[in-house]
Design a protein around this ligand. Structure first.
Ligand code: UDP
Length: 239
């Protein structure tokens, strides 16, 4: 592990929206390549990386339920959407010569491995990027919760939440001109100020296990490398 890096093992949470680009559905191949390039760069520099990917660019259970579908069925579709995104990211990373394994929380063995914690850690230790698909495998959860759980399970030193904004603000910067960005927040401050960092279950898991969360803008090239080098990009939430 080169001295220049602050973190040797990270868990990166990518929302499905991260793959949308300008479209409102599906995967933009140019955006996918760029995201894969950022991950591959940090990985080839020696950082061990697990990725949890969402599915919101394809299906979300809550949205399908609002349109009249059974919620559990909708959540199953949402989880399958995350598997599709994971396969797309695997493909893009492999085109950059990275070694990758997709591991799913629901059994779908013909296309990827099952999530088995010890095997996931082994993959990461052997220099493979592990992409964790299908969230927690249960309905009524989100991939934020999966990101928190997998981060704790693999012993990540940092949970990185990649978003379209450059951190956590005191109010929505799109609607409040005076909104200010926090550089650093404690878990308690996030709760007291009712800041939407992650969903409550995910956040509670991070807090209980003292896992720092960094929320950052993934649209700015080079941010992932800056963060693993220890630069204070975005907002850090910690004890
Ligand atoms: N999902 C689920 N259980 C999980 C993770 C995800 O049922 O453990 C479903 C849920 O319907 C969710 C969808 O998969 O809306 C896609 O995940 P998410 O909304 O977290 O994706 P993101 O917003 O990160 O793109």
């Amino acid at each position: 592990m080169p001295d220049a890096f602050k973190y040797s093992r990270i868990l990166l949470k990518l929302s499905g929206e991260a793959l949308l680009g300008a479209a409102d559905y599906g995967i933009d191949p140019i955006v996918l390549q760029r995201v894969a390039g950022e991950i591959a760069e940090a990985h080839s520099a020696g950082v061990q990386i697990g990725v949890v990917i969402g599915g919101g660019n394809i299906f979300r259970g809550a949205g399908l339920a609002a349109a009249g579908m059974d919620r559990v069925t909708g959540d199953h579709m949402g989880m399958l959407a995350t598997v599709m995104n994971a396969l797309a990211l695997q493909d893009a990373l492999e085109k950059l010569s990275a070694k990758v394994r997709v591991m799913s929380a629901i059994r779908i063995n013909d296309v990827c491995e099952d999530f088995i914690r010890r095997r996931a850690i082994r993959h990461i230790e052997k220099g493979r990027i592990a992409i964790f698909a299908a969230g927690l495998g249960n309905p009524f959860f989100t991939t934020d919760s999966a990101a928190a759980l997998r981060a704790v399970e693999i012993g990540a030193q940092l949970l990185l939440k990649a978003t379209k904004v450059d951190g956590v603000y005191s109010a929505d910067p799109a609607h409040h001109a005076g909104a200010t960005r926090f550089d650093i927040l404690s878990y308690d401050e996030v709760i007291e100020r009712k800041l939407a960092v992650m969903d409550t279950a995910a956040f509670a898991l991070c807090r209980d296990h003292d896992l720092p969360i960094r929320i950052y803008d993934m649209g700015r090239p080079g941010n992932l490398m800056r963060i693993v080098r220890g630069e204070p990009i975005g907002t850090l939430v910690q004890a």
